[in-house]
Design a protein around this ligand. Structure first.
Ligand code: BES
Ligand code: MN
Ligand code: MN
Length: 453
């Protein structure tokens, strides 16, 4: 790999990435479906320009997948690169210093929705591939790209594809760059992802909204019923009140806990710089890393109902709804937790209310064994480029398709070039450009080393 590639091509690459990030490929909003297609098309152009032997748009019920293959070298090892071109919505839009789809550089950081999650990281891998082609002496390796457009919205296109064509996941390594370093200067490899159970809780107490003077004191309020239900589902101490939940959790091993205790983690800095709140919450006797990596969560994402317009309206709401989710850890499969949540919410419902639980989507937690030799290759590529190898950590977040990848038997390498303060899903998401430039070299070297160079 030409060591000057990054320096020489830097300006052009920035222009390209800015163009990619400017496409508002928000997968969960139906009015952005064309933008998702546009982002997919943008990637296909890149792959065609890089001489890929096969570049396909794989259609399903939702946003399409981009599939690309390097020209086949018989007998050479295969690396499958997975990523996603879709992004999260941008609200609250007023909190962005510069518009989310007008990528802007400040202090060596590129600010845009998708800069770190995951378009910037997908771009990094495409350029790593370009870098190893650069001098016309490509290493003996077959690289395939599988870039989906529904990771952020719980779509089924990719799981349907892999159910239909499981051979697509057969590889000597599956490389996923959709995560972050543990800390500045500390590249990471992930040994587990949490799963998810996302649901809506619907409460109805009346046929129609009522005057709160005439009926207040006697008529059941749906909003009040909903918030009491939510409060019953999770105690002030942080404990989630689903029977069997904590008993079912598979605890991390002693060795794993010891590894986490040795990581350079500063709770005060975490609170101040990343969480940006006044105090941390959750089960206090458990460490923060355990709480975010090895225990389930229950979060309320939003509540709808009643009157929230300007001014005042004296009304007793007849219906209310909350969007909630649980993060799942080993021992807690999605289907089981979905059943427990439904049952418990119905059991806790007072006589005066109808409670309905709609499960929107979810995925199982997953653990990956990082002892396969290809993890060593990644470790060496990082060591060579940034001076430190990978530390094993877990992720609090989820990537639903990884469960299917893990079942394929191919080693799944979860890593990333992001930093903990990138602000994924938040206003002012960013990517540090030095992380991108280093990343191109790291993954270029990874590809070469996988090919035995
Ligand atoms: N890249 C994230 C997952 C992630 C976040 C991994 C932080 C490691 C650390 C991914 O794009 C994501 O946000 N996933 C969603 C999945 C969900 C919508 C099914 C998540 O975790 O909320
Ligand atoms: Mn992501
Ligand atoms: Mn995400």
């Amino acid at each position: 790999m030409d060591q000057n590639f990054v320096t020489r091509e830097r300006d052009r690459m920035l222009k390209e990435l800015v163009e990619f990030l400017a496409i508002p490929s928000i997968s969960t909003l139906p009015n952005h479906a064309q933008d998702c297609r546009k982002a997919a098309g943008w990637l296909m152009d890149q792959f065609r320009r890089l001489g890929c032997a096969k570049v396909e748009l794989l259609e399903g019920e939702g946003h399409p997948i981009v599939w690309a293959e390097s020209p086949v070298i018989e007998g050479a090892p295969t690396v499958l690169v997975y990523g996603h071109y879709d992004v999260q919505p941008v609200d609250p839009i007023n909190e962005w210093k510069t518009p989310p789809f007008e990528p802007t550089i400040r202090d060596g950081r590129l600010y845009a929705r998708g800069a770190a999650d995951d378009k910037g990281q997908v771009y990094c891998l495409v350029k790593a591939y370009e870098a190893i082609l650069d001098q016309g002496k490509r290493p003996p390796i077959n690289i395939r790209f599988l870039i989906e457009g529904e990771e952020e919205c719980g779509g089924h296109v990719i799981s349907d594809l892999l159910d239909r064509e499981p051979e697509r996941a057969q590889a000597d390594a599956i490389l996923i760059c959709d995560m972050a370093y543990f800390d500045v200067g500390w590249p990471a490899v992930y040994t587990a992802l949490r799963g998810l159970c996302y649901a809506e809780l619907h409460v109805r107490t009346l046929e129609r909204d009522l005057h709160s003077g005439t009926y207040g004191g006697a008529a059941p309020n749906a909003m009040e019923t909903l918030v009491r239900l939510l409060a019953d589902l999770k105690s002030r101490s942080g404990k989630i009140n689903l029977p069997k939940l904590y008993k079912s959790v598979k605890k991390p091993s002693k060795a794993e806990l010891k590894g986490w205790a040795d990581l350079p983690f500063d709770e005060k800095r975490f609170l101040k710089e990343e969480v940006t709140g006044k105090a941390l919450t959750g089960i206090q006797k458990v460490s923060v890393l355990e709480r975010t990596w090895a225990l389930p969560t229950f979060e309320i994402h939003g509540i709808k109902g009643g009157f929230v317009g300007d001014g005042a309206k004296t009304v007793i709401p007849a219906a209310a709804m909350a969007k909630v989710s649980l993060r799942l850890v080993p021992g807690l499969p999605f289907a089981k937790v979905a059943r427990w949540l439904t049952k418990t919410a119905k059991r806790l419902a007072p006589k005066h209310a109808e409670v309905e639980v709609r499960i929107l989507h979810g995925g199982d937690p997953v653990q990956v064994d990082v002892s396969h030799p290809s993890f060593q290759v990644l470790d060496e590529a990082f060591k060579e480029t940034v001076g430190r190898g990978t530390v094993p950590v877990r992720a609090g977040g989820s990537i639903p398709v990884v469960t299917q990848f893990a079942k394929s038997g191919s080693p799944v390498i979860l890593t990333g070039i992001g930093l903990p303060d990138d602000g994924l899903h938040s206003p002012n998401e960013k990517l540090d450009l030095q992380q991108l430039w280093d990343g191109i070299t790291v993954f270029g070297r990874f590809f070469e080393k996988m090919g035995g160079k």
